[in-house]
Design a protein around this ligand. Structure first.
Ligand SMILES: *Cc1c(COP(=O)(O)O)cnc(C)c1O
Length: 451
């Protein structure tokens, strides 16, 4: 008979009270590799912590989102939301798939140009476009989405300097039944401000109104809101056609579809609660198709999805530094990545998996980052098998917003690796160095260190 493996005895603190509806099972499985590449080798070669992105998953997400819309509607175009993840390698995957670029600053705009995106396939959103930004966007015939009257007047003034008519859209905000309202961006629908802006653009004769845009929120949990928003933009387009004899070329519904991450405090996991891309596609496209546009004047449908296309393609690998018992008896585990590089841990309960085999019991614990800051909490409460110093962990669904909102705070930002479809890892952003962070610093002579 095969000798049974020795298992260390352990003492487990019993918590009084009822089980949750899922029983005691934690469902934790070790995650030892990502797309066929072992976690161990990734950390060995690129350091710990390290962000890892799956090209296969990004393409899969894009294709299923595109399919959801294009099988329901004849004219569909996606534009990759740069601020969600603007590492150039990531943008290029989306551009290869056929995505345009959606940018919200001059910095992002120039990044898109640098990535070879033709100017007329760049959508320029946001309330903060500078004079230079607007000029370069006009020069390159980009789609300028106007956010406020100052910008509209500014554009009208700039037209004197150009021979081509700038192509613009009006950003519209509206009541979609989801509160608080996102009414700080664009022109309001209900009080007719959007109509005023739109008429002003057309009456000027100096700008070409090609589209209507909205971005009604982010991580939206209801498809109804998109039905309402689509109807309102269609109303504006139709009114524009009838009263001003002007046809709108496209309706841009923005982004906002949720990824399957679990929001903090949610009763059920995101996997079980968020509507699918098909649910959103169905509402948006059926509203457009049934609205009453003549077939030849069906507007093109643009989508600027961000998080839903990349969140689950991103992982953060890290290493356990130490364990502690807090004064209340709760287990605390300290890992080598903090909230400065995992910004989304402020609103998601990220799933964390051990990257090696573990003992069968689990315990409720808090996961801390390495920063000397009280707010550095990765998970306030999670059931995991006890992890030992040196053990590796995988944090799931971190592809959206972390690699753009991360901060160089206390520690340096880590490397980012993309695993291609042939399961080869590629370094797409090197880890930061002391020299890199100090490069822009200057020291007045009287403060120079004396040797
Ligand atoms: C951030 C943003 C997006 C992407 O939003 P997601 O919620 O990540 O899909 C799209 N459009 C605009 C204008 C944005 O600001």
């Amino acid at each position: 008979m095969k000798k049974l493996e020795y298992e260390k005895p352990y003492i487990k603190k019993l918590h009084a009270g009822v089980m949750n509806k899922f029983g005691t099972r934690t469902g934790v499985q070790p995650v030892k590799s990502i797309d066929g590449v072992s976690v161990k080798s990734l950390i060995e070669n690129y350091g710990s912590p390290v962000f890892v992105l799956s090209e296969k998953q990004i393409r899969k997400n894009y294709r299923s989102a595109y399919r959801a819309f294009s099988t329901r509607y004849p004219k569909v175009q996606f534009a990759w939301s740069y601020k969600t993840n603007y590492l150039n390698a990531v943008c290029q995957v989306f551009h290869q798939e056929g995505s345009w670029a959606e940018v919200v600053s001059g910095f992002e705009y120039r990044k898109a140009l640098g990535n070879g995106v033709p100017g007329n396939k760049i959508i320029f959103n946001g309330p903060g476009k500078s004079n230079d930004d607007l000029k370069i966007a006009i020069e390159n015939d980009s789609l300028i989405h106007i956010d406020h009257f100052e910008e509209l007047n500014h554009l009208l003034n700039l037209t004197k300097e150009f021979t081509n008519k700038p192509r613009v859209a009006i950003r519209v905000n509206m009541d979609t039944g989801v509160y608080p309202l996102w009414d700080r961006f664009g022109f309001n629908y209900e009080n007719d401000e959007a109509w005023t802006a739109l008429s002003k653009v057309i009456d000027s004769g100096k700008l070409l109104l090609v589209g209507l845009h909205c971005h009604i929120g982010t991580y939206m949990l209801t498809t109804d809101a998109y039905g309402i928003a689509t109807t309102k933009l269609c109303n504006l387009a139709m009114r524009c056609q009838i009263q001003l004899n002007h046809k709108i070329e496209y309706i841009d519904m923005g982004g906002g579809f949720p990824s399957t991450n679990t929001l903090k405090g949610a009763y059920l996991p995101g996997n079980d609660t968020v509507p699918s891309i098909d649910d959103f596609a169905e509402v948006i496209t059926s509203t457009l198709l049934n609205f009453g546009f003549a077939n030849e004047y069906l507007p093109m449908l643009i989508l600027e999805s961000g998080r839903v296309l990349i969140d689950d393609a991103g992982y953060l690998l890290g290493t356990v530094i130490a364990n502690k018992r807090l004064s209340n008896g709760k287990r605390a585990t300290i890992v080598d990545f903090g909230v400065n590089i995992l910004f989304t841990s402020f609103w998601y309960e990220h799933q964390i998996s051990p990257a090696q085999d573990f003992m069968p019991h689990s315990e409720n614990m808090v996961i801390y980052g390495p920063l000397c800051m009280n707010i550095d909490v990765i998970r306030e409460s999670i059931n995991l098998p006890p992890l030992n110093p040196g053990d590796q962990v995988v944090v799931h669904k971190v592809g959206a917003y972390n690699m753009t909102q991360w901060m160089q705070f206390i520690t340096l930002r880590p490397a980012v690796v993309l695993i291609d479809e042939q399961q080869h890892p590629h370094l797409i952003r090197a880890n930061e160095t002391l020299d890199y962070t100090q490069e822009p610093e200057l020291i007045p002579t009287h403060l120079k260190a004396s040797k």
